[in-house]
Design a protein around this ligand. Structure first.
Ligand code: C5P
Length: 226
């Protein structure tokens, strides 16, 4: 018999706090994390390296099918590897996020990445972080959470995160980029960003990370008990 795999899907727009929530849940439940956004980011990164236009669906699909991507744990942090190169810092900026959201509109590209994402679901469980985890990739997930926050608050958080790293960022241009990416993610025809019908929609705009985790854990416990 296959061991039972518990999937907790955490969807929502960029900057709502999904990453931190997923880390806390992963520690609490001992489940691995799937950072599905990193997969789209690496695909866009690889495409730019190979001079493949970000709207060339045919070439991008072949690239997605053959993408040699892996996650490696280094000193308690996760490094994203493309072939054998650590591309973590190259994919973690606004431009890479925007490029990722361009390749992510293409249905065949999404289809090519579907099984790769599902393969991450192994016992005892998985925390799946993304845009369509609860709607498309893991529609049978035991728990679905949609973490939202206003675009202004997400821009403020991003600016302070960058400041902590010594990077001075302009609030208005960050807000513009967030709005542009949100629009593309929410309005694409395939797997648009939206809460699953059975998701807990949690608005973190005025909540601390502790409050978000507490609310999420209460919901998870009630779902797992039923
Ligand atoms: O979560 P992250 O900001 O890393 O995602 C980058 C982009 O990848 C998103 O803006 C979205 O367009 C795309 N994405 C997606 N489906 C997912 C995860 C990310 O379309 N499950």
């Amino acid at each position: 018999m296959q061991p039972k795999v518990t999937v907790i899907a955490v969807d929502g727009p960029g900057g709502a706090g999904k990453g931190e929530l997923c880390i806390r849940l992963s520690r609490k439940y001992g489940f691995a994390i799937l950072d599905s956004g990193a997969i789209y980011r690496v695909l866009a990164y690889a495409a730019l390296q190979k001079n493949i236009p970000l709207d060339d669906e045919e070439k991008l699909t072949v690239l997605a099918q053959n993408l040699n991507l892996s996650f490696r744990e280094v000193n308690n942090a996760v490094a994203v590897m493309l072939d054998n190169e650590d591309v973590t810092s190259g994919i973690r900026n606004e431009a890479a996020g925007n490029a990722a959201s361009k390749v992510a509109v293409l249905p065949q590209v999404r289809a090519a990445l579907l099984q790769r994402q599902r393969d991450f679901a192994v016992a005892p469980g998985l925390i799946a972080d993304g845009r369509d985890m609860g709607t498309v990739v893991f529609p049978d997930a035991a728990v679905k959470i949609f973490l939202d926050a206003s675009a202004e608050e997400r821009a403020r958080r991003r600016v302070s995160q960058l400041a902590l790293r010594g990077v001075k960022a302009d609030y208005d241009s960050i807000l513009r980029e967030i709005a542009e990416r949100d629009f593309r993610d929410r309005n694409r025809a395939t797997a648009p960003l939206k809460p699953a019908e059975d998701a807990l929609v949690l608005d973190s705009t005025t909540l601390s990370i502790e409050e978000v985790v507490e609310t999420a854990v209460t919901f998870i416990e009630s779902k797992l008990a039923s």
